[in-house]
Design a protein around this ligand. Structure first.
Ligand SMILES: NC(=O)c1ccc[n+]([C@@H]2O[C@H](COP(=O)([O-])OP(=O)(O)OC[C@H]3O[C@@H](n4cnc5c(N)ncnc54)[C@H](O)[C@@H]3O)[C@@H](O)[C@H]2O)c1
Length: 327
């Protein structure tokens, strides 16, 4: 059995469906405070035991680890808005760092020492070279990225001093939706480009804002590496297998090794939806690196994983969800 924090969120809920379909007969405990997640995103199944809780409540978490035969934790729960992290750093240190440390305390006290952690390409900061491999210096340029790096460092210490096994997955830009159309991205406020572009296509937003067109990229707009959320989910299943196989502690990028600019995304959204997507050019946003693209070779070697969805399919699944959102 595993424990999943933040399982009612975007990536966590996709992981849960993938995990349950890949490991029939398995069960899991979900801990989510529903601050940003959606209970409807969880499958209605006896295999899912849901706890409406903070991950940082040591007493509750300890009792969960004592009550259920949990072998490993998949830790998604966090606050994830870069802009908000700059305005309210204490919230981010509290929710992403303190709550994580409390979770680790409960794990250590009950001898659950295996974890898959949702880290981020934001830990790298401004790229010194591209694509970015796992050896790239970690110099976050925003508070959000810093909190993710601190948790990585805590896990490295737990691994080297207390024998924990940790897989730290550094995602690039998660996107797309489950093929079933039953779950997808639903953030409030939404800050991610693809849902914003698709909502503009649907007429729910008047105009998309594009921040900066004078970067040193092919068309001047920022380039990002978009990875389908179900590909991320599969990688987490492989990471759990790696932990079971006793492969020790690893940091692994999850991306596609290919970037798309903001204008390329808008054009692909236009092609997939068949609708016009008006956009307005805005000044650059502080702290946006020109390009963030993963060198994802290690994930192939260590996890035996490779992404299955290309950009068109990512946007097609996001579009199916966006047109018929359940939450
Ligand atoms: N979405 C991306 O592109 C991306 C990229 C890199 C890393 N990540 C990381 O992946 C993880 C999941 O991201 P997401 O996009 O699914 O975010 P999300 O906001 O959709 O999901 C996070 C979930 O965690 C829950 N949560 C937050 N703090 C909690 C706490 N203290 N206790 C219990 N539950 C709590 C929220 O209610 C929500 O359901 C995060 O750790 C994020 O930093 C995401």
């Amino acid at each position: 059995m595993i424990l999943v924090t933040g399982g009612a969120g975007y990536i966590g809920s996709h992981f849960i469906r993938t995990y349950l379909s890949r490991t029939p007969g398995s069960a899991l405990v979900v801990v989510d405070n529903l601050e940003l997640g959606h209970k409807e995103a969880l499958p209605d199944s006896a295999a899912v035991y849901f706890l409406h809780q903070n991950t940082g409540d040591i007493g509750v978490l300890k009792s969960v680890f004592e009550r259920f035969p949990i072998r490993a934790v998949v830790h998604f729960a966090a606050s994830c808005y870069v802009g908000e992290s700059e305005q309210n750093p204490l919230k981010y240190f509290q929710n992403n760092v303190v709550q994580s440390l409390n979770l680790f305390q409960a794990m250590e006290e009950t001898q659950v020492r295996k974890i898959v952690f949702s880290s981020s390409c934001a830990t790298y900061g401004n790229p010194r070279y591209s694509p970015i491999d796992e050896e790239h210096p970690q110099e976050p340029v925003n508070v959000y990225g810093r909190t993710k790096l601190i948790v990585e460092q805590a896990l490295q210490a737990l691994a080297s001093r207390l024998g924990w096994s940790c897989v730290m997955l550094r995602y690039f830009n998660a996107a797309g939706a489950d093929d079933s159309g039953l779950i997808g991205e639903s953030h409030d406020p939404e800050t991610h480009l693809i849902p914003l572009a698709l909502q503009t296509a649907l007429g729910k937003r008047e105009c998309l804002e594009v921040y900066g067109n004078d970067y040193d990229t092919t068309d001047g707009t920022c380039v990002r590496d978009y990875i389908h959320v179900s590909d991320l989910a599969q990688a987490h299943c492989e990471a759990l297998n790696l932990l079971e196989a006793g492969a020790g502690t690893q940091a692994i990028n999850l991306g596609t090794t290919s970037g798309a600019s903001v204008l390329e995304i808008i054009e692909m959204c236009r092609q997939v939806t068949g609708k016009d997507i008006p956009y307005r050019l805005m000044p650059r946003r502080a702290g946006d690196p020109p390009a963030l693209v993963a060198q994802a070779g290690k994930a192939g070697r260590v996890l035996n994983w490779k992404p299955g969805y290309d950009l068109r399919r990512i946007i097609e699944t996001a579009w199916s969800w966006e047109k018929n959102r359940r939450f």
